[in-house]
Each structure stands twice: as structure tokens, then as C-alpha cells.
Design a protein around this ligand. Structure first.
Ligand SMILES: Cc1ncc(COP(=O)(O)O)c(C=O)c1O
Length: 491
């Protein structure tokens, strides 16, 4: 270790993570650690200081947020140029977003030389099922019929035809055809970014049920927003906790994912949505409703949108063609009241002018040709059978774990038997060719978590069978080693 960390003071007012950050921060500012120098690995510091890896990670994150270090896969955590006393080029928001991205890269990858047995890690559609030829026909058709019109700039709010089509089909407030309530975005992710921008300012806070979508943390950080967690579990969102959080004056938005939640796969039923909106509508806090996988329902009745239950008109619904079709076309939309769509279209204009008119036209042609409906029908059937097989294999190989049973979408949440840490399990699995996402990733505080997110979106029958068998063996191994003293979270 270039600079040895002294014993940490467990009775101090500062946390252990803050002490770690304080020590290395000083070393950087005093020039004892220089730009390009590597900090000791998280594992080394954890062992040396007898703390958890999560504590060290938290300490390193504090340093990154001060712009002193950056973490890169394969190169560890390095002192950044300009870190020792000089101002870094990146703003605090950019540095925090950058660090957040590095944290995401720390999820287990396949060890060198290990072939993939099953990849359950990403919620990305299976491209082998894509109707590429049908899409090619739509693209050639629109290019040959309207190429000159589609290859110039378009409207920042999106193609009028696509907006009208979406307004007709997607009617969260029961008023059909109101295209002025729809803004086309570059995926749901840009929808999230714009909704945050329109309702909040740097320093505000957003109420978020935890666990949640990991890229939401980066969206908040990139805009200098704070996150206030709201407790949630198998019974849905804890409404008492929500009431408490929404009463805070800094909270300017509530983020909800009522359908096929990422990462848990759970959906709120009609009564839960009603009760949730009863609480929210007693305040004037707007809602960001993320319906990113809504098209992927393979079981049960479609549930109403929260936006349709908000008489205040303060809910903005974010949707996307990424999961039900192609993430690579980067087309999504926001459904909100016209008073919000206008400023949001202005923000979008100054961010990226507009989403590609050519791709919007090709996509609409593809939908109107009936090709999307055919594809979606096949996709839903495939997902239903992959989920059913996975549940079956889990019962056989990991009977002590508890899985959510989603009614649609790509993934489910696996609560591991007591004492089995998700990180450890994911790490061991990656050495056996199986990739999963550890539950810790969905916690803004990055705490150890006894759960995994398992996605069946790209897994074949053979991969599900083989992968879950290996999962069963790994869970047993981690359990037998029984070294973790962490309490399971989110159970
Ligand atoms: C919950 C959630 N919201 C939004 C997105 C962003 O989707 P898009 O590809 O449409 O930008 C994702 C992507 O995985 C997601 O999981």
C-alpha cells in the first residue's frame, strides 16, 4: 500500500467511510498521492481496516464526488489530474455522474477465459427474435416515399403522426387523440431526464421507493438532486413512510414504477395504485410514472396508469419502444399535461434538437404494418415460457430462495436464503459462467443485499436450465461458507 491507512475510530462522530475518504483525500491534497496513482483495491482496504467492501466503496465514492479520484474497470481507482488542490474540469454533478457510472461497472463480469453459460444480467431484448427484415422494409418504404422530408430537421416535440398515433393508443386519462399531451423522447431515459428537469431544480430532493432502477441514481446526480428513500416491499410501497417523505419541503417529485418494477418485477394492483394516488394527491408533489415495460404483459389484466388517477394533472408518464421492440431505435415518449409538455419540448430542443425524424417515421410505418403487434405477441409468449421454466428450475435447484412471479417483463427478484450475500453469490456465479445482477446495485446506499435480479430476456431454454442449476450450487456454497454477518435487506 503506497500510503498505509491508520486504524479507524469506531467511536468517532464520522462514519468509517468518511474516515477512509478523509485519509486518502488528505494524501491527495498534500501531494502524497499524485495524479495517476492508484488507490489500494477495495478488497485490500476492507481486509486491512476490517470493514466491509461496501464501506470502502462508499469512502471511495465520497472521494469521487469531490472530483479527487475516478474508478475505471480494469484500472481500479486512480487519483485524477487536478485533484491535488486544483479545480477539476468536471462540475460536481458531472463528477458525481461519472463516479456513479464507474460503480455500475463494478458488477461481476465473466472472468477471463470463462465462456458464458447463461447471461441473466441485463434487461435487454433477445435480438435473435428481432423482426429485422420487416423493419428494413419499413425503413426503405419511408425513405423511398419521403426521404427528402425525413432527412432534415423535424419538430422537437416529435413527429406529429407518431404523437397522434401514441395519443390514440395510449390513453392514461381517457381523452383520446390529444397529441399535445405527448412528447417523443430518445428512449424512456431522456423522458426521465426531462421530467426531472421540468419539475425540480438543483438541491431539490426526489422521493424514491427502494430498491429501484440503478440508472435513476445517475439521472439524479447529473442534475444535483438528492434522493430520499421510501420503504417498499412485497406488499407494495409503505404508505406511511411515503406520507412522511412527501411532507418534507425539499421533496419536489415522487418516482414510481407501478408495472413490472425494475428490479423486483412486482406490479401494484388496482387497489394499491388507488391507495398510493390517494396519498400523493393530498400533496402537490408531481409524480414521475415509469412504465418502461408496459407492453410486455403476458398474464393478467392491464392495470390503469397512475396518471389517469391524478385529478391534479401532475403525473408525467414515461414510456418506451426499447423493451417491447428495439432499444437501438432510442424512441420513447412522455405523456403529460400540455402545460408540462411545452416546457419539456423546449428543454429537449436545447439538449438535442429532436429525436431522429427518419427513425420515428420508420417505426410508425412498422407499427402500422402490423409487424409490431405480431412481434409483441411472440415476445410475450416467449417471455411467459422462459419465466415459467425459470420458476420451475428454481423450485428444484434453489428451493430455499424466494422469487417474485411477475405478470410481464424481463426479470424477477430472487431473495436468497438467510446469510447468503448477493455480491458474493454473483461473484462466484461469474466464475462459473453465469451472470446475474446483485441486489446491492439497486440501493442508493450501496449496502450488501441478500437478493439478485435475474433477467430471462436473453436466456434460451438450455441456458435457463444450466444457469439455474449452477445458481443452486453457488447459493449452497456461499451458504456453507457462511461468512457473511450482513442482515438481508429489502426482504
Ligand atoms: C426502469 C427503467 N426505466 C427506463 C429505462 C430506460 O429505457 P430506454 O431504453 O427506453 O431509455 C430503463 C432501461 O432499462 C429501465 O429499466
Amino acid at each position: 500500500m503506497a500510503t498505509a491507512l491508520p486504524d479507524l475510530d469506531r467511536d468517532a462522530n464520522s462514519t468509517l467511510a468518511e474516515q477512509i475518504a478523509g485519509f486518502y483525500g488528505c494524501a491527495i491534497e498534500e501531494g502524497r498521492l499524485r495524479p495517476g496513482d492508484r488507490l489500494p483495491t477495495i478488497r485490500m482496504v476492507a481486509e486491512h481496516a476490517e470493514v466491509t467492501r461496501a464501506t470502502v466503496q462508499q469512502g471511495y465514492r465520497l472521494l469521487a464526488e469531490r472530483g479527487l479520484v475516478s474508478a475505471t474497470v480494469g484500472r481500479g481507482t486512480q487519483v485524477m489530474a487536478g485533484g491535488n488542490g486544483q479545480r477539476t474540469a468536471a462540475s460536481p454533478q458531472a463528477a458525481a455522474a461519472w463516479h456513479q457510472l464507474q460503480t455500475l461497472h463494478q458488477i461481476p463480469r465473466l472472468a477471463e477465459g470463462i465462456a458464458t453459460l447463461a447471461d441473466f444480467s441485463a434487461i435487454v431484448p433477445d435480438s435473435s427474435l428481432f423482426p429485422v427484415e420487416e423493419f428494413q422494409r419499413s425503413m426503405s418504404r419511408v425513405l423511398s416515399e419521403r426521404g427528402r422530408e425525413l432527412l432534415v430537421y423535424g419538430d422537437p416535440a416529435g413527429s406529429a403522426a407518431l404523437r397522434a398515433f401514441i395519443a390514440e393508443r395510449d390513453e392514461p386519462v381517457g381523452k383520446q387523440g390529444q397529441a399535445d399531451q405527448v412528447l417523443i423522447t430518445s428512449g424512456a431515459q431522456q423522458g426521465i431526464d426531462l421530467v426531472l428537469r421540468v419539475f425540480t431544480a438543483p438541491g431539490d430532493a426526489v422521493a424514491v421507493p427502494i430498491p429501484t432502477y440503478q440508472h435513476f441514481f445517475g439521472s439524479l446526480k447529473s442534475q444535483g438532486l438528492d434522493l430520499i428513500p421510501v420503504a417498499s416491499g412485497p406488499e407494495g410501497i409503505d404508505l406511511d413512510d411515503l406520507r412522511r417523505v412527501l411532507s418534507k419541503s425539499t421533496v419536489k417529485l415522487f418516482y414510481a414504477m407501478p408495472t413490472f418494477h425494475n428490479p423486483t418485477g412486482r406490479s401494484l394492483d388496482r387497489a394499491q395504485r388507488r391507495e398510493l394516488m390517494d396519498v400523493v394527491c393530498q400533496t402537490n408533489v408531481p409524480v414521475l410514472e415509469d412504465e418502461f415495460e408496459r407492453d410486455l404483459r403476458f398474464k393478467g389484466e392491464p392495470m390503469p396508469f397512475l396518471r389517469g388517477m391524478d385529478p391534479r394533472g401532475l403525473t408525467a408518464t414515461v414510456r418506451s419502444f426499447s423493451k417491447g421492440l428495439f432499444p437501438g431505435v432510442r424512441i420513447g415518449w412522455v405523456h403529460a399535461s400540455p402545460e408540462v409538455i411545452g416546457p419539456m419540448a423546449a428543454l429537449k430542443r436545447f439538449a438535442d434538437l429532436e429525436t431522429s425524424p427518419l427513425l420515428q417515421a420508420g417505426l410508425l410505418d412498422f407499427i402500422e404494418s402490423g409487424a409490431m403487434a405480431n412481434y409483441l405477441e411472440k415476445l410475450r409468449k416467449t417471455l411467459r415460457s422462459r419465466h415459467a421454466l425459470a420458476q420451475d428450475c428454481l423450485r428444484r435447484h434453489v428451493p430455499a430462495a424466494k422469487a417474485t412471479i411477475p405478470e410481464g417483463g424481463f426479470s424477477f427478484w430472487l431473495e436468497l436464503p438467510e446469510g447468503v450475500d448477493g455480491d458474493r453469490c454473483a461473484e462466484l456465479l461469474s466464475r462459473r459462467g453465469v451472470l446475474v445482477t446483485p441486489g446491492r446495485l439497486f440501493d442508493p446506499q450501496d449496502r450488501p443485499c441478500a437478493a439478485l435480479r435475474i433477467s430471462v430476456s436473453r436466456a434460451s431454454v438450455e441456458q435457463i436450465r444450466a444457469g439455474i442449476e449452477v445458481l443452486g450450487r453457488c447459493v449452497k456454497e456461499v451458504q456453507e461458507r457462511g461468512r457473511t454477518s450482513q442482515p438481508p435487506l429489502f426482504l
